[in-house]
Write a protein that binds this ligand. Structure first.
Ligand SMILES: *Cc1c(COP(=O)(O)O)cnc(C)c1O
Length: 226
């Protein structure tokens, strides 16, 4: 299928999910995840009008950025970030979705020459294989960031477990939203925490119904082939 076709399908789904719960489709940012595909295919994706690109490895992201920087898209880092790799992307990254450790915060804070929008990644389901903070740790972690420069916590990010059971996925998204609401209510100047980065190819409709503001879509948009 062409990327245009895929995007039209996704946009229709977004409209339907928004309609169901009384949201505005304009409040949903689609991040096109290009980790499976080439620079050429990423370029085709950008030509369809997608303005946000997501990558989960710093080397691959740097390569694509170098090739495509004239296109003016926003660059989202969505993978596990090692603190020593922060410097490879800090000069051009727009949003980091995977902050879950002070060592990473420290690197971002020290190396950035502007404020970087970040999501704190939460492991809502508590699966051992997943990255991110446990729910119980998240508030304290965010409260501990008041002293770091150049960091703005714009929201929380999670990945739902791999399961066909929609109720399990929905519950994870609901829990992330409830946690977001608690943090937002604290009115921390460096952590407005308005946004929710949740929903991938298999579960973005559920995520939107549960309040996602940023959905990260790879397979369903550009396919998997390198
Ligand atoms: C790969 C990836 C995605 C996109 O996954 P698809 O199922 O291909 O849509 C989203 N978020 C993260 C963190 C990823 O690593």
């Amino acid at each position: 299928m062409s990327i245009e076709y895929n995007l039209a399908t996704i946009q229709k789904d977004i409209e339907e999910a928004c309609h169901l719960v009384g949201r505005n489709p304009e409040d949903i940012t689609i991040i096109g995840v290009t980790k499976y595909v080439t620079i050429e295919r990423t370029e085709q994706l950008i030509q369809t009008g997608i303005q946000h690109i997501g990558e989960n490895r710093t080397d691959e992201m740097l390569k694509k950025y170098e090739a495509l920087k004239s296109s003016n898209v926003k660059w989202h880092f969505i993978g596990t970030l090692q603190s020593r790799k922060v410097r490879d992307i800090i000069d051009f990254v727009d949003v980091i979705h995977s902050v879950d450790r002070l060592s990473v915060v420290r690197q971002i804070s020290n190396r950035a020459n502007r404020t970087i929008d970040c999501f704190v990644q939460v492991n809502v389901s508590g699966e051992e294989s997943k990255h991110g903070l446990l729910k119980e740790e998240t508030i304290e972690f965010i409260e501990s960031l008041y002293d770091y420069k150049n960091i703005r916590i714009i929201g929380l990010m999670t990945m739902a477990p791999y399961t066909k059971d929609e109720s399990v996925i929905r519950k994870v998204f609901q829990e992330l939203r409830a946690l977001r609401d608690k943090i937002r209510a604290k009115n921390l100047p460096y952590a407005p925490c308005n946004d929710l980065s949740m929903g991938m190819s298999n579960d973005y409709k559920i995520a939107i119904e549960e309040g996602a503001t940023h959905i990260r879509i790879g397979t369903k948009l550009v396919g998997e082939s390198k």
